[in-house]
Design a protein. Structure first.
Length: 101
């Protein structure tokens, strides 16, 4: 049956659509921005987005997209933070376990 849906240009019921995947991605980006800005975990960041969405009667994915679209206009990353993140990226690799006693 899913082959029939795909032949007609409709997504199969078992796979998320491209639009759904894009919406999830922008929501995850917005959650990450809130996690960094407020020092909260992913669940708390999602709660923040959901509450704001409900309070403003704006779909959550639209709210997230607007937040992500406007973030570049802010100077959020002072040089000190960038330097620390650069360091973390530099040392982020699998470490071999120390086998010496």
């Amino acid at each position: 049956m899913s082959d029939v849906f795909e032949e007609r240009g409709q997504p199969s019921l078992g796979r998320p659509s491209r639009d759904l995947l894009a919406a999830r991605a922008v929501i995850e980006q917005a959650k990450g921005a809130l996690m960094l800005a407020y020092g909260v975990d992913a669940e708390q960041a999602f709660t923040m987005l959901r509450r704001r969405s409900q309070a403003t009667n704006v779909k959550l994915r639209a709210l997230a997209a607007q937040l992500i679209a406007e973030l570049p206009s802010l100077d959020l990353a002072p040089p000190e933070l960038r330097a620390k993140v650069d360091y973390l990226l530099h040392i982020a690799h699998p470490r071999k376990p120390n086998l010496e006693p």
